[in-house]
Design a binder for this molecule. Structure first.
Ligand code: 13P
Length: 335
């Protein structure tokens, strides 16, 4: 592993006022979103949609890196240009989701483990050769009456750390994504407590597996009340709880924190990121930015609906949300 190269990549991913675009939905997730909108669930429509995204004019003004899925990294435009080459041409660093999704955790009803370590080194070597320079692995935690259990937290932290160590060995910057899901009726405070426990377990595992924190990015959830909680905290409460949690749990040597959106409406996700910068910009030791999928893509996907005549406007909508989040990273976002 060449740690200085990893640090350079991580620094480039977090540079300036830009963020990351997650476009790494698995085939099943992408098909589910297509189904809701009546878009044919075929490889060709997934290809068309990803072509719409990567060819969005001026995307590179807001986006430093794009996370692809295995199917997508191998696909091309209708004219035969590889998506990965289009991104590189624009100066957007290509990344790749390498986890293979979640399975129910035996003995722990309602909890999940992330799969994908078997054969991972070989896959990472192939992705590196194709031009990917960073990777992503997501672990999910659900807040319920007895969850997440400490066994589930420890097991997923171990998997994240093994993945991160293998990425660094292969020359890819690992994005470490522990996601505390926002479904549920829990409070903002409980989300903060669970996220704190998860982050401590993850950073402990990263230390034990000798992951260099200077060559990784953290992709966490914001601290939010459960979607079914009757009290929905305001933007300032969420920004304060989120930054306070990360200030306690994320070492200063980590170059950047890039949020997942987790199903938050796009405008709210931008407002919350914006407030974190407005209130805490000076205090934070790491870059704080976005790595959204739905909060950038959703309006564009809903407008496109699989129709060629809608591509241009859908691309403008995609650019708009990316630009809103770029403004939020400066604390300059207004609805
Ligand atoms: P959301 O921003 O939609 O939560 O997605 C994040 C992500 O990593 C998707 O693969």
């Amino acid at each position: 592993m060449n740690i200085s190269e990893l640090k350079t990549i991580a620094g480039n991913l977090m540079a300036g006022d830009k963020g990351l675009l997650a476009m790494d939905e698995s085939t099943a997730t992408c098909n589910k979103r297509f189904e809701e909108l009546g878009i044919p669930q075929t490889e060709e429509y997934r290809r068309k949609y990803r072509e719409l995204i990567v060819t969005t004019p001026r995307l590179e003004e807001c986006i430093n890196g794009a996370i692809l899925f295995d199917e997508t990294i191998r696909q091309t435009t209708a004219d035969g240009v590889r998506f990965i080459d289009i991104l590189k041409e624009k100066g957007i660093i290509p990344g790749i989701k390498v986890d293979e999704g979640t399975i129910p955790m035996a003995g722990f009803p309602g909890e999940k483990l992330t799969e994908g370590l078997d054969g991972l080194s070989k896959r990472l070597a192939e992705y590196y050769k194709m031009g990917a320079r960073f990777a992503k692995w997501c672990a999910v935690f659900t807040i319920g009456a007895n969850t997440p259990s400490s066994t589930c937290i420890k097991a997923n932290a171990y998997l994240l750390a093994r993945y991160a160590a293998l990425c660094q060995e292969a020359g890819l910057v690992p994005i470490v994504e522990p996601e505390v899901i926002m479904d549920g009726d829990h409070s903002l405070e409980l989300c903060g407590e669970v996220t704190t426990e998860v982050l401590h377990a993850v950073f402990n595992a990263l230390y034990q597996h000798k992951v260099d924190l200077g060559g990784m990015i953290l992709k966490p959830n914001m601290i939010l009340p459960g979607t079914q909680n009757s009290y929905q905290s305001n933007t300032e409460e969420i920004a304060t709880a989120t930054v306070n949690c990360f200030m306690r749990c994320v070492p200063a040597s980590v170059p950047g924190v890039a949020f997942l959106s987790g199903g938050q409406p796009g405008v709210l996700a931008s407002e919350r990121l914006n407030m974190m910068h407005k209130k805490f910009d000076e205090a934070m030791p790491w870059a704080l930015t976005f790595s959204f999928s739905r909060a950038i893509q959703q309006p564009a996907l809903e407008y496109w609906r699989g129709k060629d005549e809608n591509i241009e406007v859908a691309q403008q909508m995609l650019f708009h949300r990316a630009a809103c989040n770029k403004a939020a990273r400066r604390g300059d976002y207004t609805v």
